[in-house]
Write a protein that binds this ligand. Structure first.
Ligand code: HEC
Length: 186
């Protein structure tokens, strides 16, 4: 029994040292312009979902989805998020393929998550990715407004659609036009 335990400890030690050696000898790739392999994506997505399930408060959006609030949310998005998540002229972000993992294109492939989930992702960010935690840069109101906007991006009221068209030269993407990039999860 004692030898078995020592054997396990020794094996674990060798694995840790081997990992450390690979890292200090420069064998672990650090470039961001690569596509994460499927198994890595699956593990990371499962861990992210499980962590959100555990930590994110189930709250309703305290900001009512009035035209002016949705327009404010659109402005917050255009100022802070479009560079990575896609601009409101319905083009993919120029940085779409420059992050590891890639930022989901929230205009072209809208989220179908509940608002508490989206709000939590915005407020706290996603560690080990390019997604910042916005809680120190935006107010709670601004984060809820951009959440309301993103959750309704394919069914905005007519006045908000008009504002979009006037500001960005194209109509917002219609319901059912989103392509499934596999970035959202249920
Ligand atoms: C510098 C690039 C960058 C900026 C700016 C940025 N994001 Fe992200 N965001 C990312 C990346 C990368 C991910 C993917 C993280 C992952 O794969 O889990 C992401 C993920 C997300 C997600 C999805 C999380 C999930 O549950 O899958 C939401 C929602 C989001 N961002 C909203 C926003 C909003 C709103 C803003 C602006 C206030 C914003 N992001 C600004 C890079 C960015």
């Amino acid at each position: 029994m004692r030898n078995f335990v020592l054997g396990v400890i020794f094996t674990l030690l060798v694995l840790v040292l081997a990992g450390y050696a690979l890292a200090v000898l420069g064998f672990i790739p650090t470039n961001a312009d690569a596509t994460p392999p499927a198994f890595e994506r699956r593990i990371a997505m499962t861990a992210l979902d499980a962590s959100m399930e555990r930590h994110a408060p189930r709250v309703n959006n305290p900001v009512p989805p009035l035209d002016e609030n949705l327009i404010e949310g659109m402005k917050v998005y255009a100022m802070n998020c479009a560079l990575c998540h896609g601009t409101l002229d319905n083009k993919p972000s120029p940085l779409e393929k420059s992050f590891y993992p890639a930022p989901p294109q929230l205009v072209l492939a809208p989220l179908d998550d509940p608002e508490w989930h989206t709000y939590y992702a915005i407020r706290t960010g996603v560690r080990y990715t390019g997604m910042p935690a916005w809680n120190k840069a935006l107010s709670q109101e601004e984060m809820w407004k951009v959440t309301a906007f993103l959750s309704r991006i394919q069914k905005l009221p007519p006045a908000v659609q008009d504002y979009w068209k006037k500001s960005f030269g194209v109509a917002p993407p219609a319901l059912g036009s989103g392509k499934d990039t596999g970035h959202h999860h249920d």
